[in-house]
Design a binder for this molecule. Structure first.
Ligand code: PGA
Length: 243
């Protein structure tokens, strides 16, 4: 049985003060969350420590928005897995399309980050997904398969989450049809060759589409950007109901 993982990625949003205000509204709304799902939030690094304190006795688990492959060293602007563990971080997002695009992250670097996360007991959330041009050219499956093969090389599938995030659906309001998202998540599962690996969908997930997405067989959770910034919207997503 794969346990659903609902994750909010705050990206470069939320000061510590804003995170405090958010949690005052959010935590009571998720206090009765069903036990068949996990709830994860990825704050910016500067807010991790204060979010960890406020959420200590709640169901919220923490993710980082990146992780480096070395434990320490001369890597300006990077964060080490050891530093994250000190704040009870359990997951690390790697290979998100934004660092892939803005900082030219390669599949090889993403793989090193994910391996380092696993070595330290963090669960990597490895993001994959095609651009609109790649989809229009009929290259989506080939691109995603390459990202899966190179990005997940030698990873332990038992301590892994893959997020299928079509880039054209991120922050655009254009959600991928749930049947198509489900089809790609199923293909990723087949390529990995392990039926129990957790595969999320991400890209304009919102209260209006969460119930349908979570009703799909191969979608084991969601990675939510914009809609996770509003505590009421994100609570509705966390408390999704499958008909
Ligand atoms: P979005 O972002 O929900 O705002 O589309 C998703 C993501 O970037 O993970």
């Amino acid at each position: 049985m794969r346990k659903a993982v609902i994750a909010g990625n705050w990206k470069m949003h939320m000061t510590c003060a804003e995170a405090n205000e958010y949690m005052a509204i959010f935590l009571p709304l998720v206090a009765q969350m069903e036990k068949d799902r996990s709830l994860v939030i990825a704050p910016p690094f500067t807010a991790i420590s204060s979010v960890a304190q406020i959420t200590q006795s709640s169901a919220v688990q923490l993710a980082s928005q990146n992780v480096h492959w070395e434990d320490k060293g001369a890597f300006t602007a990077e964060v080490s897995p050891v530093m994250l563990l000190e704040h009870d971080v359990r997951y690390a997002i790697v290979g998100h399309s934004e660092p892939r695009k803005y900082f030219s992250e390669s599949d090889e670097q993403i793989n090193r980050r994910a391996k380092s996360a696993q070595t330290h007991g963090l669960i990597p959330i490895v993001c994959v997904g095609e651009t609109d041009i790649q989809r229009d050219r009929g290259e989506a499956e080939r691109v995603i398969r390459r990202q899966v093969e190179q990005g997940l090389e030698d990873l332990d599938s038992e301590s892994l989450i893959v997020a299928y995030e079509p880039i054209w659906a991120i922050g655009t309001g254009k959600t991928c049809e749930s049947s198509e998202a489900n089809r790609i998540c199923g293909l990723i599962r087949k390529w990995i060759g392990k039926s129990d690996v957790i595969i999320q969908y991400g890209g304009s997930v919102k209260p209006e589409n969460i119930d349908e997405l979570m009703g799909m067989n191969d979608i084991d959770g969601v990675l939510v950007g914009g809609a996770s910034l509003d505590p009421r919207n994100f609570a509705r997503i966390v408390n999704y109901k499958v008909a």
